[in-house]
Design a protein around this ligand. Structure first.
Ligand code: FES
Length: 167
């Protein structure tokens, strides 16, 4: 019998975990990105279909290889950003996502951070070959750094594991 105590997920998290919205790829997405977390080994991919003229997000979807909070956070985030222009979508925070979900357990805050990190990375990807708008910070934001640091660490660790296997 497991001695693990179930996490106090809100009804909304459980509902979206069981029936997530906007799950899957968008075939003609014009921006997409992934982010991963070493803390748990989870990954998230975000797909956006952006109107090139108005810069409004017409479609948003995700794929998650992660926990219930990761799935619920990604699902609610895609709902929150649909119909928003890129500036407004950029300004969505993990705290707002958590509020929309009726709160996340403290140990699951990083699941929301990861979703925002992936979203901002996707928006940066969209502007890769375009003029970067004034509202977009040139420096990485803390959510993006968080995703990046964890990924770098994962890379270092996997190289170490590979090295030790070859010995
Ligand atoms: Fe890792 Fe949720 S525990 S994203």
């Amino acid at each position: 019998m497991s001695s693990r105590v179930p996490l106090p997920y809100s009804p909304k998290v459980l509902e979206l975990f069981r029936d997530p919205k906007n799950l899957g790829k968008i075939k003609d997405a014009n921006a997409q990105a992934m982010a991963g977390s070493l803390a748990c080994g989870d990954m998230i991919a975000i797909y956006l279909k952006i109107n090139d003229k108005t810069k409004v997000i017409e479609e948003a979807s995700f794929e998650s290889y992660g926990c219930a909070a990761n799935i619920a956070a990604s699902s609610v985030m895609t709902e929150m950003i649909k119909g928003k222009n890129l500036k407004k979508a950029w300004d969505v925070t993990w705290e707002q996502i958590s509020n929309e979900l009726g709160g996340l357990p403290v140990v699951k805050y990083h699941c929301g951070v990861l979703a925002v990190g992936a979203l901002r990375r996707a928006i940066r990807t969209y502007f890769k070959e375009k003029k970067i708008p004034d509202w977009m910070p040139r420096e990485l934001t803390s959510d993006e750094k968080h995703a990046l640091e964890e990924e770098k660490l994962t890379e270092v660790l996997s190289k170490k594991v590979e090295k030790s296997r070859k010995k």
